[in-house]
Write a protein that binds this ligand. Structure first.
Ligand code: F6R
Length: 607
């Protein structure tokens, strides 16, 4: 939620700030703004809506200066207006912020008592006002920023710029990530390393509570206790910082197409060279001694956990609870001895998932996480973080991260099954062999792209859609519905097929497309009965199944998509592909903003 950037450069910074914001736009796109210091003078430009509006504004009203800060906003406090857009400014202070200042009302009241009024609806303006206030009391810029930060409650990544200080940025992190980039005679601040990738691959990640005073030649970091802190400089891999569309129309299309290769990379990482053994770190807890697994996540990652519940229970006989992080954190669930807590997150920064992890920290022996961003807060606060190796995911709707999460979770379930003596060697070898073949099976499934595009064109005229799935396909039905609604804005619901007649069947008429995802497995006959119930009421069935399933389903089905055969245990990973393609092509047919759907942001760092 919100992306921030700061640059102390050798060249004009406005274009550099805009380029960095472009790479952060996935975090929010309600408004954007930059501020620079030029000839000792602090000035800013802000525009409502996407970054392109700010770029247009800068053509007509350019901003000079070699020091600057920038922001792309996902609105929390105050509507997405120009007045509420960052950077916020008071006197000689400009500030950009990602997060929420929870005590801003108290601070505002205190400032009002000192005769200082506010002009915006935001919590962030209070930060600028308070810092300015401290400066009028004689503090220098860095001290005033520090004094302000000490007063703040809530979550923040902040970057300050000051009038008359062309060689100073002050940055602070608490609850929202922040990276400092090192250049040759230049320094950078960014919400993530990707934003800074064109400028530098040398990154220092701030820790919780850190304050950084940055000049072109120096970086001084103090920790939450005010002590000087020595944070390492890491070299990030350029590959993980690539954010081009590689010839695709949208990032989402590119990320869907990348799945065979990134899943292949995850498999190479977690399988031995001969592909016959699962290789996990030595510090991995022993599943034989675990009595319960608690999995916590949000959104798509939550559906990955729901899928994994079937795997852990069926393959390993391990009882699993799966929770939505925002519910888990406030429910205060009792955690019984022998529980392993597992958190799944693409960004590793989701505020609710992080809070749920912290709730478990002193209550379980091991905190395990499955993350995409290796340097994220969730990864760093876990005892063991397993990377999914999906690479940067820029499209707001998660695709390749979901299937990579599933791949890693299945490998964990197989390890658990083996450790608990619940799977014989032949069955394990069979599943591993199907997993090794999965990238090629996914490539075959990609050949359905054109057919799915044609179906999606018809789906795009519907106002509603229903997804049905049974067993392992039920969580995928939920994910399919989420994908469709978030990017095409078609209202979509998902039900376990067996639940249909307990209420949702009332929705069925000839305007209701019903997407059934069902490989021809042991439960298929039951799903056929559910499809008959839909068709008998005029509902239009789109059946995504294998050749045997499509033949068994018989006549009367509106549309079919035939998938390659696969071991049923792997079917959620394979069938995610048509669900994603269906949502993608429907959104394209409707002309919605596929990569940046309305009201959403990629990294949800506020609760
Ligand atoms: C949907 C989507 C979201 C995220 C959710 C959790 O396509 O992307 O539902 O899955 O916000 O995000 P992470 O995985 O970053 O914790």
């Amino acid at each position: 939620m919100c992306g921030i950037v700061g640059v102390l450069g050798e060249h004009e910074v406005a274009p550099i700030l805009v380029e960095a914001l472009k790479r952060l736009e996935y975090r929010g796109y309600d408004s954007a703004g930059i501020a620079t210091v030029s000839n000792g003078h602090l000035d800013r430009r802000r525009a409502v809506g996407k970054l392109v509006n700010l770029s247009d504004l800068l053509v007509h009203q350019p901003l000079a200066g070699k020091a600057g800060i920038g922001h792309t906003r996902w609105a929390t406090h105050g509507a997405p207006t120009e007045a509420n857009a960052h950077p916020h400014k008071s006197g000689p202070v400009a500030v950009v912020h990602n997060g929420i200042i929870e005590n801003y009302r108290e601070l505002r009241a205190e400032l009002a008592a000192a005769g200082i009024g506010h002009e915006t609806d935001t919590d962030t303006e209070t930060v600028a006002l308070l810092t300015h206030h401290y400066m009028t009391q004689g503090m220098d810029a860095a001290s005033a920023a520090r004094a302000t930060i000490a007063r703040l409650e809530g979550a923040y990544a902040l970057c300050f710029l000051f009038d008359g200080e062309p060689d100073l940025l002050v940055a602070a992190r608490k609850g929202s990530p922040l990276a400092i980039g090192h250049g040759a005679g230049e320094m950078f601040v960014g919400s993530d390393a990707i934003a800074l990738a064109p400028m530098t691959d040398s990154i220092t990640y701030l820790e919780e509570g850190d304050i950084a005073v940055v000049t072109r030649q120096s970086l001084t970091i103090t920790d939450a206790q005010g002590r000087l802190a020595n944070r390492s400089v890491k070299t990030i891999e350029i590959d993980s910082a690539r954010v081009d569309k590689a010839g695709h129309k949208h990032f989402m299309a590119k990320e869907i197409a990348e799945q065979p290769s990134v899943i292949g990379a995850a498999l190479s990482h977690y399988l031995s060279a001969d592909g016959r053994n699962i290789v996990l770190p030595d510090t991995m807890p022993d599943f034989a001694t675990i009595s319960r697994l608690t999995m916590v996540a949000c959104g798509t990652a939550y559906y990955a956990c729901l899928t994994a519940k079937y795997w852990f229970e069926r393959l390993a006989g391990l009882p699993v609870e799966v929770d939505i992080a925002s519910e888990f954190r406030y429910r205060e669930p009792p955690i019984t001895p022998g529980t392993l807590a597992l958190f799944v997150s693409q960004s590793g920064e989701t505020a609710d998932t992080l809070a749920a992890l912290r709730y478990c920290t002193d209550r379980v022996d091991t905190i395990l996480s499955v993350v995409n961003v290796a340097e994220s807060s969730i990864a760093r606060e876990s005892d063991l973080a397993l990377p999914i190796l999906a690479g940067a995911e820029i499209g707001v709707a998660s695709t390749k991260a979901f299937t990579c999460q599933l791949t890693v979770l299945l490998l964990l379930a197989l390890r658990a099954a083996h450790a608990r003596g619940q799977i014989d060697d032949d069955r394990l070898a069979d599943i591993l062999s199907s997993l090794r073949a999965l990238p090629s099976t996914l490539n075959t499934a990609m050949e359905r792209n054109t057919q799915i595009r044609i179906v999606a064109r018809q789906l795009s005229t519907s106002e509603n859609a229903l997804f049905l799935g049974r067993g392992l396909m039920y969580p995928l039905a939920l994910e399919g519905a989420l994908k469709l609604k978030e990017i095409s804005y078609i209202h979509a619901e998902a039900y376990a097929s067996g639940e249909l007649k307990h209420g949702p069947i009332a929705l069925i008429d000839d305007t209701m497309p019903v997407i059934v995802m069902a490989p021809c497995d042991a439960l298929f006959d039951k799903t056929v009965s559910n499809m008959q119930e839909v068709m008998a009421r005029g509902g239009r069935i789109l059946l995504i199944s294998d050749a045997r399933g499509i033949a068994t389903a018989g006549d009367g089905v509106w549309q079919t998509v035939s998938m390659p055969d696969i071991d049923p245990i792997l079917s959620p990973i394979l069938y995610a592909l048509p669900a994603q393609l269906l949502a993608y092509h429907t959104a394209v047919a409707k002309g919605t903003d596929v990569d940046q759907p309305r009201n959403l942001a990629k990294s949800v760092t506020v609760e």
